[in-house]
Ligand binder design. Structure first.
Ligand SMILES: *Cc1c(COP(=O)(O)O)cnc(C)c1O
Length: 388
């Protein structure tokens, strides 16, 4: 496989980004074809992208949306979550995971995560259970698959709906299969910070035909007849709006790009796993650094290649970020914790000690498809020699 190279560094301090999408000519051509076709809004390309995505993930239905956030919003509605309900979510996640229950008038209740994976477990969920809990949102954080089977069992025992926020996890596997298949409904992101990108965009997947149908209608103003159907008919059928819907549609411009990107997913995952392996080998002997790893139950796409700094490392997280920055390397603070944000200062949560340890002591390393060996070596040298 040939890897398209970005411009070679002209000086030792040329900037290394934390992330770059892998997009090029093929995506441009696909978008141009849609422009030339004259149909740019949600239409045949979106339908084709949905079909291809469902096939890739091994699920019956895929519904394209404007983002993972809007897909999560729809997931909660179709799962029947109502105002006043409690929904257990990890605090250790991008803010959208906590915002989604809030959109339907429900309350996010924060569960802690386990240190090894950054994901919730039955034990951490159980501590957050209340009499008002109706659903759980689990996250495959940074691409690391959540251990879903025991959580599925626990949700079934308590009569809870199980939603999987797989925003980061296209290409990750659980027990040898694509993630996202074991939940009642799963959601995906195509923001450029993830592996697959359509600029902005998302997807909802489910094996529940009724839910898929309702999500498909709700994302399009809850129109009884889709815009694509109306416009392809010479005499358009009358519209009917049975409930209040939303405009959460993806465009065919985005879907055309998504189809090309989906075709590259296996290459992207393979490359990221190889690069993560290089980091792992190089950092194995460095005291005080712990790199995220595959759990026993699956494989990560390493959407976020994070590193935990332990007390033995000579620098703390902020010092290491500054050290890397001085060398032209743009790393990032680790995954955020929603309960520490003003927006959720008054939310319900139990003890979140692991979440707080991880969010304060982790850092995300540069990792992207086009990252060259030379640039990766610069990052490794900076981590191995924190005093230089
Ligand atoms: C990125 C992300 C989202 C939001 O995705 P958008 O497509 O930007 O709305 C939601 N949840 C998690 C876990 C994410 O990482």
């Amino acid at each position: 496989m040939t890897v398209p190279q970005i411009a070679q560094p002209t000086s030792a301090l040329e900037r290394i980004n934390v992330m770059q999408p892998w997009i090029g000519e093929e995506e441009s051509r696909a978008i141009s074809e849609v422009v030339a076709s004259g149909w740019v809004a949600q239409g045949p390309k979106t339908a084709a992208f949905e079909q291809a995505f469902a096939a890739r993930q091994g699920v019956a239905h895929a519904v394209a949306t404007s983002s993972c956030t809007t897909a999560l919003h729809l997931a909660l509605i179709v799962a029947g979550v109502k105002a006043g309900d409690d929904v257990i979510v990890p605090s250790f996640s991008f803010i959208a995971t906590a915002n989604a229950p809030t959109y339907v008038g429900a309350h996010p209740v924060f569960a802690d995560v386990e240190g090894a994976t950054g994901n919730v477990t039955v034990q951490t969920l159980d501590r957050a259970l209340t009499v008002a809990t109706t659903a759980v949102i689990v996250v495959d954080q940074g691409g690391v698959p959540v251990d879903l089977a025991p959580i599925r069992l626990w949700c079934d025992n308590h009569g809870l709906k199980l939603i999987e926020d797989a925003a980061c996890a296209a290409g990750s596997t659980y027990n040898g299969e694509p993630v996202g298949r074991g939940a009642d409904v799963s959601t995906w992101s195509f923001h450029p910070r993830k592996l697959l990108t359509t600029g902005e965009g998302g997807m909802l997947t489910t094996n529940n035909e009724t839910w898929a149908k309702r999500a498909r209608t709700l994302r399009e103003h809850a129109m009884g007849v889709s815009a694509a159907e109306r416009h392809s008919a010479l005499v358009a059928p009358a519209e009917c709006y049975a409930e209040v819907g939303y405009n959460f549609r993806m465009t065919d411009l985005q879907a055309a790009m998504g189809l090309v990107q989906l075709g590259k997913l296996d290459q992207m995952v393979a490359r990221r796993r190889r690069l993560t392996g290089t980091y792992r080998a190089a950092l194995a002997e460095v005291e005080g650094l712990r790199l995220v790893a595959d759990p026993v139950h699956g494989t990560s796409n390493f959407q976020s290649c994070w590193l935990e700094l332990l007390p033995e490392y000579p620098l703390d997280r902020e010092q290491l970020l500054a050290h890397l920055g001085a060398l032209g390397i743009s790393a990032r603070r680790g995954i955020m914790a929603a309960h520490l944000q003003p927006a959720y200062a008054h939310a319900n949560s139990g003890e979140l000690s692991v979440t707080e340890r991880l969010t304060l002591n982790t850092l995300i390393l540069p990792l992207y498809h086009q990252l060259t060996e030379e640039d990766q070596q610069r990052v490794i040298d900076a981590l191995v020699n924190p005093g230089s």
